[in-house]
Design a protein. Structure first.
Ligand code: UDP
Ligand code: MG
Length: 308
């Protein structure tokens, strides 16, 4: 029988862990396969770990728990879970039941029928989410897809069923900056998406503030394209030409004895240029910082204890 690994990153999910496990097992118990559930406790400050350990004791051999030394972020938790997964098939799920377990058998069905290597899910609506957040999210997908070689599907969730080969491909990517939405697509393979309406989390709160999401989006852009560098080069070139013309005009005017009183103009130009230069330096800095992160080669997470 084949083995399905279910990876669940959790940060302060004391309210949802039990609910999640109950609805998950209700579905997978019906299926003709063995499964393991890998909970990753991403430095929760509440009793998430205790809840996980209770499940671990109650279901030996099925539940495994990775406990991080602190909060490293969802990407780190996801990576640890994928590394630990032993299954022939692997799926990643949020603990808050926003990823409906009923979709697991559906994903298997589609995978079998169409011979896919991956079956993903995407939200076709963003109901129950702040409007402004949805607006930024849509713009983000437009922007990143315009400049990247891979198509990051709008609304695609991390909830996906992958064959072993795909997981190995993802794990073979060694970068520190792990923008999983991109990595999942970058590795390729035959993939199909199931669609569903947005579902509200059963309990607890979202861990993503607007600022955190914005940072995440910027990281994605920096890690996947050099488009911002390309833009500043063009802006720089364009401004150089304008400035040359401007200087020529000033020269001609002063030769004709008609020098402008151009203090205000000059101040405006200086401020404008200063702004562009600072912005460009900032963008360069972002790339430099990412390069520094990669070169330093720190681990994405540290495990305090692995319960298995
Ligand atoms: N999560 C995590 N580490 C973090 C933030 C979130 O492991 O630093 C987990 C969280 O517990 C949940 C999943 O990632 O299982 C998705 O988070 P959340 O539901 O808050 O995000 P949203 O669905 O609102 O985008
Ligand atoms: Mg959620």
């Amino acid at each position: 029988m084949s083995l399905l690994s279910i990876v669940v990153p959790c940060y302060n999910e004391e309210e949802t862990v039990d609910l999640f496990y109950a609805s998950l097992t209700k579905v997978v118990d019906q299926m003709d396969l063995e499964y393991e559930v890998i909970f990753v406790n991403d430095g929760s400050k509440d009793s998430t770990l205790e809840k996980m350990l209770a499940l671990y004791k109650a279901h030996p051999g099925v539940v495994r728990v990775i406990d991080f030394s602190r909060n490293f972020g969802k990407e780190g938790a996801l990576l640890a879970g994928l590394r630990a997964a032993k299954g022939d098939y692997v799926t990643v799920m949020d603990a808050d039941l926003q990823d409906p377990p009923e979709y697991i058998p559906k994903m298997f069905e589609v995978m079998e029928k169409n011979g896919n290597d991956v079956v993903g899910t995407r939200r076709v609506s963003r109901k129950g989410e702040p409007k402004i957040r949805s607006w930024f999210a849509r713009k983000f997908y437009k922007l990143i897809n315009r400049f990247t070689e891979v198509e990051i599907v709008d609304g695609a969730r991390d909830f996906r069923l992958m064959k072993r080969q795909v997981v190995d491909a993802i794990l073979s990517l060694k970068e520190y900056g792990r923008f999983s939405k991109g990595l999942f697509v970058w590795v390729g393979f035959k993939c199909e998406y199931l669609e569903y309406e947005n579902i509200k989390r059963v309990a607890g709160e979202t861990k993503w503030s607007f600022v955190k999401l914005l940072r995440y989006a910027l990281d994605g852009i920096i890690e996947y394209t050099d488009m911002p560098l390309w833009i500043i080069s063009w802006v720089g070139g364009f401004l150089t030409v304008i400035m040359l013309v401007f200087l020529l005009v000033l020269l001609v005017l002063s030769l004709l004895g008609k020098a402008l009183s151009s203090t205000v103009l000059i101040i405006a130009v200086v401020l404008f240029m200063g702004g562009i230069i600072l912005l460009s330096t900032g963008i360069l800095g972002e790339y430099l910082a990412k390069t520094y992160d990669e070169v330093r080669g720190r681990p994405n997470y540290i495990i305090r204890k692995f319960y298995e």
